[in-house]
Design a protein around this ligand. Structure first.
Ligand SMILES: [Zn+2]
Length: 478
């Protein structure tokens, strides 16, 4: 299945490995002309949910930042995987992954000594050549570089997440937001992690896209009345004690499984967002981080996971209460106060973080929308995420039909609708090409169009055809 979806994605211009003519590089993928449209649509849906609906700000910060940022955040010290290498063939491995694969269960929070002891006790060896494994060491996942020449040269890093760069401008954002909490800030952009031999296609990339939201709140007011709007959403929950149940968000809060209504609200919004993108809601699950897996400063962390046919459990978003950890760390190292003063109450705001990947949801949209029937394989993208809203076909290439088709195509362009013009081959063949990339509507211009000003609109999913007046076309296909 994995090869099948990726294979189709390559051929249809959705996603394909980067640098292919030089043999590729693990962890890097291009979005092709079709995939780029889908990704833009997914990002715009995220924007709509948070900037329009929630009234949050959107910012964009550099992908390269000086060392101090990552010293304060703890990434220099802690953003590392525990590595080992085979003494015989040199193959690199994540030590915890080797142990997990051997024991067939998760081993969170184990240090170097504990993992080395397990490897010795269980006699774990190199999966490739059975060679002995070397000592375990910390491998930092950040890409290091430097900015400027000579004496000015400054050690810098490509950011491993967007969130930290949002924190840095907190004082300024606080002023711009007219000193009110809660203050929500979205950043969509690229991040970089020098992963150890990534093999999961687009699920684990070394250069990837994120949409991270920081909601700065008063620690005494971690709540929202808006929760009532999502409390009836039913979902499968896997709690930190590995207990699984189907429940409503309202009941999960009542039973204390989700501790805060604010976090529960944003979990509900994330589920709504994924459904709007076209991700199958039946394959989504809320998973609470186990105590030993959660960062020490976080009081509660949840992921929304997708059950992928190709990659197993795929984390799409993480929502966590990060307390005042990040702002305080930057205050300590920079010497700049991150404290706010609201009516005489002075405090460092707490942060609820909503961290979306972008590439993973895009992949899960592709997997969810993949369909097969007598016409072959195609994609059922919703209108909002489909790469193009419509395809325009002249029935024949004579008798003023192409001119009329061009005129309609141009009017769609003027209405800022993404449409494709296709005049090659039979209409059936053109329907098939449109279905292959998931275009929801096909518009055919025929002899009747010249007479009565109507066109045939064919729906991708039902294959039903209808006559529609040209004036009503843009309303119909949007
Ligand atoms: Zn080996």
């Amino acid at each position: 299945m994995q090869d099948k979806i990726l294979d189709i994605s390559k051929r249809r211009g959705i996603i394909y490995p980067s640098f292919e003519i030089y043999g590729g590089l693990a962890g890097f993928y291009d979005y092709g002309p079709v995939g780029k449209r889908i990704k833009e649509n997914v990002e715009n849906l995220i924007r709509e949910f948070y900037v329009i609906d929630e009234g949050f700000m959107e910012v964009e910060c550099p992908t390269l930042s000086p060392e101090e940022v990552w010293v304060a955040s703890g990434h220099i010290e802690n953003f590392a995987d525990l590595m080992t290498e085979c003494k015989k063939c040199g193959a690199p491995y994540r030590a915890d992954h080797l142990v997990e694969a051997h024991l067939k269960k998760a081993v969170d929070g184990l240090g170097i000594k504990e993992l080395e002891a397990l490897i010795e006790k269980e006699k774990i060896s190199c999966p490739k050549c059975k060679g002995e494994l070397d000592k375990i060491y910390n491998y930092n996942l950040m890409f290091q570089t430097s900015v400027g020449p000579g004496k000015e040269k400054k050690t810098s890093y490509l950011r491993p997440e967007t969130a930290q760069t949002t924190y840095l401008a907190f004082r300024r954002l606080w002023e711009i937001g007219r000193k009110k909490l809660p203050l929500g800030v979205l950043q969509i952009g690229r991040s970089f992690r020098n992963e150890i031999s990534p093999r999961q296609g687009v699920i684990r990339l070394r250069e990837f896209n994120q949409a991270e939201i920081q909601i700065f709140v008063d620690p005494d007011e971690k709540d929202t009345e808006e929760f009532k709007n999502v409390s009836k959403i039913k979902v499968r929950i896997l709690d930190k004690n590995d207990k699984e149940s189907d429940t409503s968000l309202g009941d999960a809060v009542k039973k204390g499984v989700i501790k805060s209504r604010l976090i529960a609200y944003h979990l509900g919004r994330a589920l709504q967002l994924f459904e709007a993108m076209g991700i199958d809601p039946k394959r989504l699950k809320l998973r609470q981080h186990r105590d030993e897996e959660r960062a020490f400063y976080s009081t509660d962390t949840w992921d929304v996971e997708f059950q992928s046919g190709d990659f197993g459990r795929v984390e799409l978003v993480g929502i966590s209460d990060r307390t005042d950890y990040d702002l305080k760390a930057h205050q300590d190292l920079s010497g700049q106060s991150m404290e706010v003063n609201i009516d005489g109450k002075k405090f460092i705001p707490h942060v609820i973080e909503i961290a979306y990947g972008v590439d993973r949801p895009v992949y899960c949209v592709i997997e969810s929308c993949y369909a097969e029937d007598d016409r072959g394989t195609y994609f059922k993208f919703p209108k909002r995420t489909a790469p193009y809203q419509a395809a325009v076909f002249p029935l024949v290439n004579k008798d003023k039909i192409p001119e009329k088709a061009r005129e309609i195509f141009n009017s769609l362009k003027q209405a800022r609708i993404f449409a494709l013009y296709d005049k090659g081959g039979s209409i059936g063949r053109r329907y098939a090409r449109a279905d292959e990339i998931g275009i929801p509507s096909c518009i055919t211009i025929d002899y009747d169009t010249l007479e009565d000003g109507t066109v045939t609109v064919r729906d991708r999913d039902s294959k039903k055809q209808e006559r529609v007046k040209i004036e009503e076309l843009s309303k119909r296909i949007l």
